[in-house]
Design a binder for this molecule. Structure first.
Ligand code: ADP
Length: 502
């Protein structure tokens, strides 16, 4: 348990990056409570191809930086086209000779083993994830790692029951699939991509994001320990060029991408005219809609969870708050009070709510969009929390008086920044919520079941949460409308995207 000390926050804080409002001693400080488990990192990670760690053909490596303190965490191999070819050759061999030939009940045992081995090393993976990506340890420890294990357990359960995925039809694996994942949930996105593909009997070439490759490569150790046939899963690391080679490779019969809409469009353009199957999970600009009959304190907690925890690095983040006019002032006041208590700082500290922004580039992007909000006339609120002197950090930020034309209301910020808009009628709320190029998720807060049902039909979003936010489960399909992409991950629907019907 963290100990409370008698020192209150100093009365004056440095103005920091963006001249926040100063608060006078309204929060008790906790003593530091850093997580100390050993993340067991290697100084250098090679590519994982054909069941072995192999040096990249070019001999080149790049640094993975800990965004919390800007120190080097490890060196990561830079894969080129020759490495990607080798990965696909290994995956093709495993598909035609080993993994692709195993019956579902045998595949289930391996996938179950992956889940168990990840659970055994859960704390180590949580620390590594936090050091690599900057998210608070309580997020990686209580959400990312357990949820990643849950995805493997769930799909292990499906592997011998695939006749029920498409009742009345038989299913067959597609072959070798190419996958790309982003930096916001590095291990969890790996699990979302690998587990259904493996359960169906496909083999895989996957590329993690360049800023967060470490837990994928640690997971390669688990793949070895579980004894998966060599080549079943191959992990290549690198930047956009490596990603393009993975997506465009002729051996890939299906590609699955999670990342920005911008890169998703590049991939779709390059694959237009080919017969590859494709699924895309792209950006979002979710609306969290609060009606006047909502339980306001719970709603405020849901809003905070939806955008501030995890630094807003969530594609389904509730980055727009649509609040019913009669309660707008009350909600804003409660929100400001709550935000003043959020702890921003060392991600390894168990009390930290908002950790480090994943990279310098992302911090710069957030700063630019926030500056545009101020320039366009929205009113900005930031609490006076102190930020560490090293590392990439950003204060939780609330903009009120936002209009639909503001950039902060339209563009994905991917940071702890909330834009507050108001509405008077349900129709206006729907109109504003749907007035976006995206359609990944939405939230509704109201006492009335009828409103929830109406909104969940009318909101053009893949997920609509009611009186809660950011809740996930492996049984529940996740995916977008419009520019948020297509295809589903999780549940029976997610499996359908990794098979052909025969
Ligand atoms: P974000 O994760 O910030 O939403 P990106 O879409 O840039 O961002 O990155 C997601 C993943 O896509 C990363 O693994 C990245 O290396 C990869 N990537 C970037 N550019 C390309 C490209 N042109 N083709 C394929 N993959 C790419």
């Amino acid at each position: 348990m963290p100990t409370l000390t008698a020192t209150k926050r100093p009365t004056k804080r440095s103005a920091g990056r963006s001249a926040p409002e100063l608060i006078f001693g309204d929060l008790w400080e906790y003593d530091p409570a850093p997580e100390t488990a050993d993340p067991k990192l290697k100084p250098r990670y090679d590519l994982f191809i054909g069941g072995k760690f192999v040096a990249p053909a070019s001999g080149k490596y790049f640094d993975s930086i800990n965004p919390a303190n800007e120190t080097k965490l490890a060196e990561i191999a830079l894969a080129n086209a020759a490495d990607v070819d080798a990965a696909y050759a290994a995956a093709q061999k495993a598909f035609t000779t080993t993994w692709g030939k195993l019956p579902g009940k045998e595949r289930a045992k391996y996938i179950y083993r992956l889940a168990r081995l990840l659970q055994d090393r859960a704390r180590e993976f949580a620390v590594a994830e936090t050091m690599d990506g900057g998210k608070p340890i309580k997020e990686s420890r209580d959400f990312d790692v357990p949820m990643a294990a849950a995805h493997f357990f769930y799909h292990a359960g499906w592997a011998d029951k695939l006749d029920y995925v498409a009742p009345g039809r038989k299913v067959a694996p597609l072959g070798v699939v190419g996958q790309i994942i982003p930096w916001n949930f590095p291990l969890l996105m790996l699990a979302w991509k690998l587990a259904p593909a493996l359960a169906m009997g496909n083999t895989i070439v996957i590329k993690p994001a360049e800023t967060t490759s470490v837990t994928a490569l640690k997971f390669a150790e688990i793949i070895q320990d579980a004894g998966l046939p060599p080549g079943t899963v191959n992990i290549v690391t690198g930047f956009g060029d490596t990603g393009a080679a993975v997506m465009n490779h002729p051996t890939a019969v299906k590609v699955a991408f999670t990342g920005s809409t911008e890169v998703g469009k590049i991939i779709m353009r390059s694959l237009a005219g080919t017969d590859k199957n494709m699924t895309m999970e792209l950006g979002g600009k979710a609306a969290n809609i609060v009606f006047d009959d909502a339980p306001l304190d719970q709603a405020v907690e849901g809003i905070v969870n939806g955008i501030f925890f995890n630094q807003g690095h969530v594609c389904c983040a509730g980055s727009r708050l649509l609040v019913h006019e009669p309660v707008a002032a009350a909600v804003l006041a409660k929100l400001k009070t709550r935000i003043r208590t959020l702890r921003v700082g060392d991600p390894l500290d168990k009390n930290t709510d908002i950790g480090a922004i994943n990279s310098k580039e992302q911090l710069t992007r957030i700063e630019k969009l926030v500056a545009s909000g101020v320039k366009e006339g929205a009113e900005m609120f930031q609490p006076a929390c102190k930020l560490p002197s090293k590392g990439y950090y950003f204060r939780p930020t609330v903009f009120s008086g936002v209009s639909m034309s503001h950039r902060i209301a339209r563009e994905e910020i991917f940071g702890p920044v909330l834009s507050v808009l108001t509405f008077r009628t349900l129709d206006e709320a729907v109109e504003k919520a749907n007035n976006t190029a995206y359609g990944l998720s939405a939230g509704v807060w109201t006492d009335k079941g009828s409103r929830i049902l109406k909104l969940s039909t009318e909101l053009k979003a893949g997920v609509v949460w009611a009186n809660t936010y950011n809740k996930f489960d492996p049984t529940s399909p996740f995916g977008g409308y419009k520019e948020s992409g297509f295809g589903r991950e999780g549940g029976r629907q997610g499996l359908l995207d990794y098979c052909k019907l025969v």
